[in-house]
Design a protein around this ligand. Sequence first.
Ligand SMILES: [Zn+2]
Ligand SMILES: [Zn+2]
Length: 329
Amino acid sequence: MRALTVAEPGRLELQQRPDLLATGELALIAPRVVGVCGTDLDIIDGTIDPAFVSYPLVLGHEFAGTLLSPTAELAAGTRVVVEGIVPCGVCAECLRGDTNRCAVYDEFGFIRDGAAADLLQAPPHLIHALSENVSWESAALVEPAAVVWRALTRARPQAGARVLVVGDGTVALLAGILVRQFKPAQVVMLGARSDQAELATRFGIDLFTTDADAAGSGYDLVVEAAGAAAATAAALAAPTRGGVVLLLGYPGAEKVGLPVDDLVNGDITIIGSFAYTRAAWHEVVELLNSGALDLTGLVTHRFALSSFEDAVATLRHSSGARGKILLDL
Ligand SMILES: [Zn+2]
Ligand SMILES: [Zn+2]
């Protein structure tokens, strides 16, 4: 089997490996679509926090595929998604349902081998069946959608809320799409690239702008999904009194000044949200399977596994409209 491997930081190569098999504890899956994201670049470059990664590793934490070995609940041939985080199930965090904070960090494409390969082994209890109506594109987006959904369920905007999303990448677009489940009155996106306007409005964003003055302030919920210090500062300046600022992006080493007087006077809540819980994953799969959510069309670039270098180059510096970038196996 082929496996897209980060042998060590800075060295990404398509390796040939012996075929994986189903075992007593692990089911066998043929990955079909594998999304790539900025975190994959951090893994390739070795700029990710070393506590979250174990080299060498096969890339791929956003994926869907076909079950090759039957499980107690699912037949071979079922189209499936697999939760990326593998929680231990017995630590205090897991027992509370906070599986995103499991004391034993383990995740496909970070600690254990990921899905950018012809075969993948996965624990059966983390495998979810997809309905026929769910496209491969939607399925590939379950992982980032679960990250966004878990964050939104902590913020829980009221119906009729005004929402600002800062950022214009896949996570920002997913935030603008998923927040609709809470019936907001208006969703505005403050982006950095005007090329993203068409994609944003096609997915229901009411107003896309790259001008912070045009976006204005007074929002009930502000979602920071750009992962840049300037964007985070813009987000912190935009809530109404009593509003919530939800931080999803990673500005890295860049520090952001806090406008403390305004935050205190404004009675503002700031929420940082990490990854997803098992509950959030279940809920996103249910939204897709029920037809309440369809992310088809959010994929703008597709590459064969053998063209992985083009996929990475596109992720690093493509111009033009860009949604999710997929490896299509
Ligand atoms: Zn990702
Ligand atoms: Zn745990």
